[in-house]
Design a protein. Structure first.
Length: 535
């Protein structure tokens, strides 16, 4: 029996050793590896662009340093309870590889935070906490932790150096960094009037200041974001704090009024915070803000003064096909001179190859026409250009005796290069009819037009076997490239009427036209016309 017991003990001992070694594979020569290093970030609203940028930078920096990133972001700026839940989850998930926590505190309207929970977990695990973006309160258990953020006072002062006006309407949220920025700004520019507002109220507050100010400054990005449409329509000079993608897009398409953005250097802030965790740093650092203008977001176009030479006609507005009756033709004959043609649907202007001075500065192209008292300035910002297409944004100012009397801001416009010019080919008499059933002139009847070299034309109706000319008091046309514009009046007191067409081709005595028309409901259709030359 004793032998049996010893045998069984030996068997159990051998079995125990074999199970340990076979299941783990770890021996004295193959020790248990240390768990991979981890850094956790417990931060704010992961649904907004600013914090999405921070998360992306954090994950990239951790990957570059061979560290696993553990990310916990809330659904709002005030969700301190979600940060407390994140601490509990991190406590359960984190292993012995957790090297520290990067923390951006949410603060409720009552001042509640997850500071105590973060501090308790850090003390339990013996790891550092680094605070970013907004500092904790002076009595917080994390008050002695390194802090990396943007100096709000310095930011307000830096933005004041960029704004040229002395009398400014400024808008900020009435607590936190926005208020600090606004106060620092006003200290350098005493003529500033600061309105403390909210995202819901800012539109009404801006409207109240429109008559009194030309320069508007926003110290919280969400305030400017809420009134971008209003700002675009009123053509004020606008500066903002925070770099939202919507601001960048708006600057590009409306560079004439959106002057600049003072932005937080989130990349540097996050990189320094990660390094501070890994090095168990005792001190933080204030990160200088960055001032952005439109040139910071658009690649300069080399040799623009050469590439722009030629004839261009607008083809798209904000990504949508441009109706023919809204089209403009610009012809750059040199880097310093151009001419433009436009039969404007809205203002009823009639511009036939109007000469203009051109000024090219980087991607900015100014097209300027003037006489003794009036000046028209088309400011273009070229976004991209190729042999066939040009993408730009522009705005148009009309000045009378030096005072702006009209200002139009346009969005992204696409132009196509025009290589044909039918100005001479159209001369003579043509006979034809509208070939698209929906067009208002599609009466199924033949008509005749005689186009003369002096820019006038004669319209003929058929009376029996004879063609009879109309004796209109006005009958003018112009062709610039492929754009054909006509206008006429039947009698001195009748309404002036207009038509716009694009000439597709003139070959073998046959002329084809087309036009994109817009219906009252905003939908479009294509009208077509075919004519033959009269012998």
């Amino acid at each position: 029996m004793e032998k049996m017991i010893k045998w069984m003990l030996a068997a159990i001992l051998v079995c125990s050793v074999s199970v340990f070694t076979s299941c783990t594979g770890y021996t004295a020569d193959n020790p248990v590896p240390a768990q991979k290093k981890q850094i956790a970030i417990i931060a704010k609203n992961g649904t907004v662009e600013y914090w999405q940028q921070i998360r992306s930078t954090f994950e990239t920096e951790c990957a570059d340093k061979g560290v696993e990133a553990l990310c916990y972001f809330t659904t709002s700026d005030f969700a301190f309870d979600e940060q407390r839940q994140a601490v509990s989850k991190l406590s359960a998930e984190a292993g012995n590889g957790l090297k520290g926590i990067v923390y951006a505190p949410c603060v409720s309207e009552n001042g509640e935070t997850a500071d105590a929970e973060v501090a308790a977990l850090a003390q339990k695990l013996g790891i550092p906490v680094v605070v970013i973006d907004n500092a904790v309160a002076a009595d917080s258990p994390l008050a002695s932790c390194p802090f990396f953020g943007t100096d709000s006072k310095a930011s307000g002062e830096a933005l004041a150096d960029k704004v040229t006006a002395e009398n400014v309407a400024a808008f900020a949220i009435g607590n936190g960094p926005g208020k600090e920025r606004a106060e620092a700004f006003k200290a350098k520019k005493p003529g500033t009037v600061v309105c403390y507002t909210t995202k819901d109220k800012v539109a009404a507050d801006v409207k109240a200041a429109l008559d009194g100010y030309n320069d508007f400054v926003f110290f919280n990005g969400e305030l400017a974001d809420a009134v971008l449409g209003l700002l675009k329509d009123t053509h004020k000079n606008v500066y903002s704090f925070d770099v939202y993608q919507s601001f960048i897009d708006e600057m590009i398409v409306a560079n004439s009024y959106f002057k600049g953005i003072m932005g937080q250097d989130t990349e540097t802030m996050v990189l320094k915070a990660v390094e501070a965790v890994l090095n168990r740093a005792a001190k933080g650092e204030m990160i200088a803000p960055i001032y952005y203008t439109i040139n910071d977001f658009v690649t300069p176009i080399p040799d623009l003064s050469e590439k722009i030479i030629g004839k261009w006609m607008v083809s798209e507005l904000e990504g949508q096909p441009c109706p023919t009756n809204w089209k403009t033709v610009l012809t750059f004959v040199s880097p310093t001179q151009a001419y433009g043609s436009l039969s404007d649907f809205f203002s009823q202007s009639w511009n036939v190859k109007v000469l203009a001075d051109v000024k090219i500065d980087g991607n900015n192209v100014g097209v300027i026409t003037h006489d003794e008292a009036n000046m028209n300035v088309l400011d273009c910002f070229i976004l991209d250009i190729s042999d066939k297409k040009m993408l730009m944004s522009s705005d148009w100012n009309v000045y009378v005796d030096g005072n702006s009397v009209q200002h139009e801001v346009y969005g992204k416009e696409s132009y196509e290069r025009i290589t044909k010019d039918y100005q001479q080919d159209i001369l003579g008499t043509w006979e034809g009819k509208v070939t698209s059933a929906e067009d208002e002139h599609a009466d199924g009847q033949l008509h005749r037009w005689e186009y003369k070299a002096d820019g006038t034309y004669v319209y003929y109706d058929k009376d029996g076997a004879e063609w009879v000319a109309h004796d209109d008091v006005l009958a003018e046309y112009f062709v610039d490239g492929i754009l054909l514009c006509t206008r006429w009046k039947n009698t001195a007191d009748s309404e002036e009427l207009r038509e716009w067409w694009e000439i597709e081709s003139i070959e073998g005595g046959v002329m084809k036209w087309k036009a994109l028309r817009q219906r009252e409901n905003g939908s479009t259709y294509t009208a077509t016309f075919q004519m033959t030359r009269v012998k």
